[in-house]
Design a protein around this ligand. Structure first.
Ligand SMILES: Nc1nc2c(ncn2[C@@H]2O[C@H](COP(=O)(O)OP(=O)(O)O)[C@@H](O)[C@H]2O)c(=O)[nH]1
Ligand SMILES: [Mg+2]
Length: 196
């Protein structure tokens, strides 16, 4: 799919529910620990430098930021999570935004992209995220980020290890700064978005 247009639509907090029920466009959402490279990956996908603001904007970090691609598909940047105890955090975090968002939009979300820093994993939170998304019954894909910092052999090992750890879900390994495997990930996501 060719990207003809990407626009920032809005930031959603738990108090702005109306937006969720009106719009039925297919959507992919991005989740991951803070600093994992979420915004950078979305910018790399969209071929922009700073459409998706990177972590220097603390005000945006507790919001879900929605981007609309080709007027048809949402790509949503969910807030980063910090703590080791993701499970508890999802159940009772400050505003419950992540779990609220995923649960409210369950039937429109075509894929949850779970980002993992290729150098600082595996962590309990990653597996908790798997369990949570699995319980919701949503399709997911794992993305190991910043692989420009790894050796080639380590990349293959990491992918294999991640696949075995996450019950043979699809795993990508990407670098946003070097633009490695970003296109392939995008293709995978558009297939999810357009599937019947
Ligand atoms: N080496 C490298 N650094 C990256 C890559 N992607 C992001 N970063 C860096 O990681 C930090 C966090 O990135 P950001 O996209 O803001 O993470 P977010 O908090 O998950 O949205 C920034 O300093 C980025 O420059 C990558 O592919 N390779
Ligand atoms: Mg970010």
């Amino acid at each position: 799919m060719k990207i003809t247009e990407v626009t920032f639509v809005k930031s959603v907090s738990i108090k702005s529910e109306e937006v969720l029920f009106e719009d039925t466009k297919p959507e992919v959402v991005f989740v991951g620990r803070s600093n994992v490279g979420k915004s950078s990956l979305m910018n790399a996908i969209f071929w922009t430098k700073d459409l998706v603001k990177t972590s220097s904007m603390p005000g945006k970090t507790r919001l879900a930021n929605l981007f609309l691609m080709n007027k048809k598909y949402y790509f949503t940047d969910l807030p980063g999570y910090w703590f080791a105890k993701l499970w508890q955090e999802l159940k009772k975090d400050l505003d419950g935004l992540i779990s609220w968002y995923l649960e409210e939009k369950k039937d429109r979300i075509k894929c949850v992209v779970i980002l993992i820093d290729s150098k600082i994993w595996p962590q309990e939170t990653d597996l908790d995220m798997y369990k949570y998304i699995h319980e919701l019954g949503l399709p997911m894909v794992f993305v190991l980020t910043k692989i420009d910092r790894l050796w080639n052999n380590d990349i293959k090992q990491s992918i294999l290890f991640a696949e075995s750890k996450f019950f043979w879900q699809k795993v990508f390994a990407v670098s946003s700064s070097k633009n490695l495997w970003v296109k392939e990930l995008f293709k995978f996501l558009t297939e999810k978005l357009t599937a019947k």
